[in-house]
Design a protein around this ligand. Sequence first.
Ligand SMILES: CSC[C@@H](O)[C@@H](O)C(=O)COP(=O)(O)O
Ligand SMILES: [Zn+2]
Length: 211
Amino acid sequence: MQPAELCEDPRAMLAASAREFYRRGWMLGTAGNLSARLPDDSFWITASGRPKDLLTETDFVRVDDEGRVLEAAAMRKPSAETAIHRVIYRHFAEARWIFHVHSVEANLCGHFARDGALRLPPLEMLKGLGVPDAEPEVDLPVFPNLVDVAAIAVRMDAEFARHRPRVPGALIHRHGLTAWGPDAHAARHHLELLEYCFRYLVQARSLALGD
Ligand SMILES: CSC[C@@H](O)[C@@H](O)C(=O)COP(=O)(O)O
Ligand SMILES: [Zn+2]
């Protein structure tokens, strides 16, 4: 295993991803957070409260798998939602990059969830999320948005231990989507595909379509 300092530094790619998501309206007003895991299981995560269109190298904090700060510029604290990233990294060995954003459509779709799950539309696009079924019946886990972020992470921990989601993502109701993948491109594709499903569901509802 390589020491963290010998690994490729993901901060420039994280900042570029954040600019792109900001441009799409998914990271407005400092919303959202992004992280990338290193081979030693530490990860770089966005510092809390930073404008996501203007991130520089100093807007990232490296934490270990217990959430302890290993590297940080002065005055920078890790994202308030670091506990959620830790849970995802702990449960999914293949998760190396995690993107969390706040879109309008994600927040509308939370209202369509039943019993902690949102049924995704049975679209060809689900193949990009690893679902090859002809008539897919796939649920995205949905969690309540508790004031205490650690309590959201506890709920995720329990749910992921009980049941592994079929798609690499989770929704927090009235909050936003988190998606992950083995590299930056895969994580972005998963995020885009789930956001596409959300847009589809909102438009299908407004047209009173069946799915
Ligand atoms: C616009 S405030 C959003 C925050 O409360 C939170 O949900 C969020 O996504 C960003 O928190 P942060 O601590 O900057 O990573
Ligand atoms: Zn958030």
